[in-house]
Write a protein that binds this ligand. Sequence first.
Ligand SMILES: [Ca+2]
Length: 161
Amino acid sequence: MRSFFNTPLILVLFLLYELCLSSSCQTENVPIQQCSKHTYLVSSSAESWFRANIICKNIGMELVSINSEAENQELAHYLQLYSSSSTIGNGYWTSGSRYGSGTSDFVWWNSGKPVVYRKFSAKQPDNAGNKEYCIEVFEQNNGLLWNDYVCDVKLKFICQT
Ligand SMILES: [Ca+2]
């Protein structure tokens, strides 16, 4: 019985409800937004990077990837409209993950493509403690910056279609 009330189901119901309400990226206080290329959904719960992947998949979406400055700005705008503020170490999971020890060894897990466009914060990625294998994003000065972070930490996350 407990699984009936699990997080994916709640997100799906939320998603269906909000789909009926939203029509553009300009609408305020609506957690799912159809922007220029993607539809975004920010989670209400904090999860590990691994579980965030599963939850997005279970509602027919995928953990977000960011492939251009335009997409990064669009996502920043979306988070400003909808979500509470974020800081480094308390941001949102993306599908970005590290597959090697190099500072360029990152891939977008949703597409399997390398992370080419990059918007890491100063001194990042630093792979602190040799255990930062996932990319979070956080807001700073009305923009969105990235940080490699520990995948097991529970953060909110952004799904996209
Ligand atoms: Ca880091």
